[in-house]
Design a protein. Structure first.
Length: 689
């Protein structure tokens, strides 16, 4: 070994300086919107995390067509990714799963192998084939003479939108059911089969995909809606496996899928085509890091370095965020977004542990509200029951939970609001299973960690309840409910349930019971008001009540028949737009809609004069956004009038009777999200842009 020269010094290698954020980076940091339908960050391809579900969605030969998961697991994000990556795609948001009338005796559809149900499957399959055919025609500017079957289909049913076409075809099945006419069923099946056979021979020139999403926006939970959805899923599976160059990918909430699985005797066929939208911690970390990197000019590496440079104590922050959230992207994005907001407000150059800790209560409140909203269609007003845990313990013995149930059944408000489901779930096992299935509680055995429901559809029942088990409330709800770190073994008879003030967000000082009664009466009134001049005043009053009872969170101070100063203009209803977030805030920003005008038309077919009238109401002082409430359905002719108004930087949103009833039903059930309203707007904006 060579000797060190005399007088020389041994030096240690220089340690590279730890990476740090350029000054002011936190102020520019934006993690994006946690709801994919509003998230502009998804326009940047660098934010995508390739999960197994993404890979399956792009694999035309995977044999997987149903993407099932709880809210916030990435269904809409996966659909958005597919819409960008697949050569020819079309997004469909069906509105047929909230039928306005009971057209069938549901018993005739019990057997999925018999004529009525098979014809319903054929109807849905044909309607989807028509959508694929339209996509094919858009992709082929020139084509040779088409077979008569295809040419006739393009000139008839393909001229209608998906819902109108489907309802027309369903009506023919209804006639077959009414008259027990097997020939009708056979004719429908043969027509669909003939169209499919001809389409197999078309030169596709690529891969085609129908992306069906947001089923829950128009889902009313009725038996008829369940029959429709079951037949629709069978149709998706058959079309995707029988037409070589096209697929139908359905993105569905797991609580709705479980109802289909429980009803369908042939559900094993569907289950083989299901993809669960599960995430692991590595993927969630990458999701956050890719979004944080957008604020950096010199990007950091993924897999930890990006997180480490943004958080002052990265390991402590990881533990607090990922242990507190479910393993789903929306939860993590919301939590980190709250922490970033606090770091910006406090002028920090990194996200400190104190920012993460301070964000926890805000996140917990958000998660608790979202849980009640997510399951409102399955268990109306379930948030009323969940609020009764306020101020109690973080875990219960079986005896403690039985005491809670006994006290709950003595609570008049809970019994009134939740009568449709609470009594059939009053047994301990049934009640615990319900709370376990929605993700509110888990079960812990001695010496083992608590077990919570998976996010996907694989697990169908909760673990068995034994005497030594503890029923544990998930920690993401602890702060929202101010739970004590105690094990509840019993509840004193004289102990009152706690209340959460911020959750009781009701209009006009109404209590929960009165609010539900008002909505029930309003729903009945909307059904009974006669069309035309005779019922015009009653319809106007009913629309005003929809405005007051369903939109009070964003639209305040509604006023009836407001005249302009010269008396020339009379607006049916006008309300102040004071929303800070969500749909109405976006309308204020986009159209300067400080006030929102509601015009009421008690008839089914809108006229050009109706659109001209409402455009006349638009002015700089109130803004350029208005609503027309009417008794019918959206027609293609309306888009021309809306486009004319849009060219003048305004927007009119027609809301039909089904929309009004949807708003009433959702608020009756405790569902307060604005998805339905946003989808209505998006659909119109895309067609007139």
């Amino acid at each position: 070994m060579a000797k060190r020269a005399k007088g020389s010094r041994q030096t240690t290698p220089a340690v590279p300086p730890s990476p740090h954020l350029p000054k002011g980076t936190i102020l520019r940091a934006k993690i994006g919107q946690s709801f994919a339908e509003y998230d502009k960050a998804l326009e940047d391809q660098n934010v995508w995390v390739r999960t197994p579900a993404f890979n399956v969605a792009l694999d035309a030969e995977s044999g997987k067509y149903f993407f099932v998961g709880r809210r916030g697991t990435g269904k809409t994000a996966t659909r958005t990714y597919c819409d960008v990556q697949v050569g020819h795609s079309r997004v469909i948001v069906p509105e047929i799963f909230s039928p306005s009338s009971s057209a069938f005796d549901m018993e005739v559809f019990e057997n999925s192998r018999k004529g009525p149900f098979r014809s319903l499957v054929s109807v849905f399959k044909r309607s989807m084939l028509d959508e694929v055919l339209l996509l094919w025609r858009e992709a082929h500017s020139t084509y040779a003479d088409l077979p008569p079957i295809i040419s006739n289909e393009l000139n008839t049913f393909c001229r209608q939108d998906f819902d109108t076409r489907t309802l027309q075809l369903i009506a023919s099945v209804g006639r077959g059911v009414a008259f027990a006419d097997d020939q009708v069923f056979i004719a429908e099946n043969k027509a669909t089969k003939a169209l499919l056979e001809e389409m197999k021979h078309l030169q596709s020139g690529g891969s085609y995909a129908l992306l069906i999403d947001s089923i829950d926006d128009f889902w009313d939970g009725s038996d008829q809606a369940l029959v429709y959805l079951t037949a629709f899923m069978h149709a998706c599976l058959e079309m995707s496996s029988q037409l070589p160059w096209a697929r139908a990918l359905l993105f569905l909430r797991e609580n709705i899928f479980e109802r289909v699985r429980a009803r369908d005797s042939e559900s094993s066929r569907i289950e083989t085509a299901v993809v669960a939208l599960d995430w692991n911690r590595r993927q969630l970390l990458e999701l956050v890091e890719r979004r944080l990197n957008r604020a950096l000019t010199a990007k950091q590496a993924l897999g930890g370095p990006t997180w480490d440079v943004f958080f002052e104590q990265p390991e402590a922050a990881k533990e607090r965020v990922f242990d507190y959230c479910y393993n789903r992207p929306r939860d993590v994005l919301i939590y980190v977004s709250h922490a970033i907001d606090l770091a910006q407000e406090r002028g920090h150059e990194q996200i400190l542990v104190e920012d993460v800790d301070s964000a926890r209560r805000r996140f917990s409140d958000n998660r608790f509200k979202d849980l009640g909203d997510e399951y409102a269609e399955n268990y109306p007003q379930i948030a009323v029951v969940l609020r009764r845990f306020y101020g109690l313990g973080r875990s219960f013995t079986p005896g403690g939970m039985e005491a809670f149930i006994r006290k709950l059944l003595q609570d008049s408000e809970a019994k009134r609001a939740c009568a449709s489901w609470i009594f059939e779930n009053q047994a301990l096992e049934s009640f615990v299973r319900l709370l376990y299935n929605i993700g509110f509680i888990g079960l812990r055995r001695p010496g083992q960690p608590a077990r919570f429901r998976a996010l996907g559809p694989q697990e169908t029942s909760s673990p068995a309840i034994s005497d030594d088990a503890e029923i544990v409330i998930h920690k993401c709800y602890w702060d929202a409910l101010d739970l004590q770190d105690v094990l509840v073994r019993s509840l004193p008879e004289d102990q009152e349930f706690g209340r959460i003030g911020i959750i009781l967000d009701l209009p006009g000082g109404l209590d929960q019971t009165t609010y539900i009664d008002e909505l029930d009466l309003l729903s009945a009134r909307l059904d009974s008001i006669p069309h035309g001049p005779a019922g015009a005043d009653d319809f106007e009053q009913a629309v005003g009540d929809v405005l007051k009872l369903c939109f009070f969170r964003g639209l305040e101070n509604p006023e009836h028949r407001v005249r302009s100063v010269n008396g020339e203009v009379i607006r049916d209803w006008i309300a102040s737009n004071r929303a800070q977030t969500g749909f109405w805030a976006a309308m204020r920003q986009r159209y300067d809609a400080l006030q929102v005008v509601w015009e009421c038309k008690n008839y089914e077919q809108l006229k050009s004069s109706d659109f001209h009238q409402v455009s006349y109401y638009m002015a700089n002082a109130v803004g350029r956004f208005a609503v027309i409430a009417y008794r019918g359905e959206m027609q293609n002719s309306y888009y021309q009038h809306i486009r004319r108004i849009s060219d003048q930087n305004g927007m009119v949103l027609p809301l039909g009777i089904r929309d009004l009833k949807t708003f009433v039903r959702q608020n009756r059930n405790g569902k307060i999200k604005e998805d339905h309203l946003q989808d209505r707007y998006d659909s119109i904006a895309r067609k007139v842009s």
